[in-house]
Design a protein around this ligand. Structure first.
Ligand SMILES: [Ca+2]
Ligand SMILES: [Ca+2]
Length: 128
């Protein structure tokens, strides 16, 4: 996954690589750790992973760069990810669409230190 930062003049002079040599399938943007700066959740189907990248910056303002990815284990070819607060606790959760399991995987509260249940634990929700 590469992020091309725009110049504001229709060009993208800076490219930052974060996840090389993988098959990134989906990206969701949310402030998963509650510091006011946008973070990313990236689904990677072939390695059965969900990557979380914490946005860099200070004072709640991001600088367009991200910390190295933290890998969370998914099981079944996650091909898409969305961010939404599914349990209504005010913190975004990540929901993956797991192709090989015909299920969705729920990662609650974006791997924040105070997450309950444990950070990065996938909760399978079979479809049908
Ligand atoms: Ca954040
Ligand atoms: Ca939540």
């Amino acid at each position: 996954m590469h992020i091309l930062l725009g110049s504001g003049a229709g060009t993208f002079p800076t490219t930052n690589a974060y996840i090389d040599g993988q098959n990134c399938a989906g990206i969701a943007r949310a402030d998963f750790d509650g510091d006011g700066i946008a973070d990313l959740a990236v689904s990677e189907a072939v390695s059965n992973s969900l990557f979380l990248l914490k946005g860099n910056g200070s004072g709640g303002v991001g600088d367009g760069t991200f910390a190295p990815p933290v890998t969370l284990s998914d099981c079944c070819f996650p091909v898409h990810v969305i961010a939404a607060d599914l349990d209504g606790n005010g913190r975004p959760d990540a929901l993956t669409c797991d192709y090989q399991a015909s299920a969705v995987g729920l990662f609650r509260d974006g791997c924040a230190p105070s997450s309950v249940p444990a950070c990065g634990t996938r909760i399978a929700k079979p479809l049908g």
